[in-house]
Design a protein around this ligand. Structure first.
Ligand SMILES: [Zn+2]
Length: 142
């Protein structure tokens, strides 16, 4: 029924249209399959709370995932090949406090991650973009 005393406000199309078609290589890392989305592939950009709210280091930031189905990364005992460069690693304790952070400084990422886990207080390590700061993936003790 048509009304005259109110009208409905649907979400603007530019907000609903969250799909992005990737136009340059190594610009959009998919956090699900842990590889770079390729030019022409479609991704969704949305905010993700890598560190939940209610903590001093709480953080929500933009991440991409493929818009079309992709296989979740399964080689969980191997460092993702697409992200061997351009990452920084933050070590957190079990209360989500940052207790250490290291870049690669010419080292292999596995060496950096293992050195952060030598601290018994390290509960997990987050890999992030060294340039944009965006969360890429989490590393837990085996
Ligand atoms: Zn993907």
């Amino acid at each position: 029924m048509k009304t005259s005393s109110f009208h409905i406000v649907p979400l603007p199309t530019e907000i609903a249209d969250a799909l992005i078609t990737v136009d340059s290589p190594e610009s959009s890392p998919c956090r699900h399959c842990l590889r770079w989305a390729q030019p022409g592939e479609r991704v969704i950009l949305f905010p993700y709370a890598a560190i939940p709210s209610g903590h001093p280091y709480s953080e929500t930031g933009p991440i991409f995932v493929h818009a079309d189905e992709c296989q979740r990364y399964t080689a969980t005992n191997e460092y993702p090949a697409d992200f061997r460069n351009g990452r920084v690693f933050r070590a957190y304790d079990s209360n989500y406090n940052i207790i250490d952070a290291q870049g690669m400084n010419g080292s292999q990422p596995e060496v950096v991650i293992e050195s952060l886990f030598q601290n018994p207080d390290t509960a997990f390590v987050d890999a992030r973009s060294v340039t944009h700061g965006c969360f890429t993936f989490r590393v837990q003790r085996a």
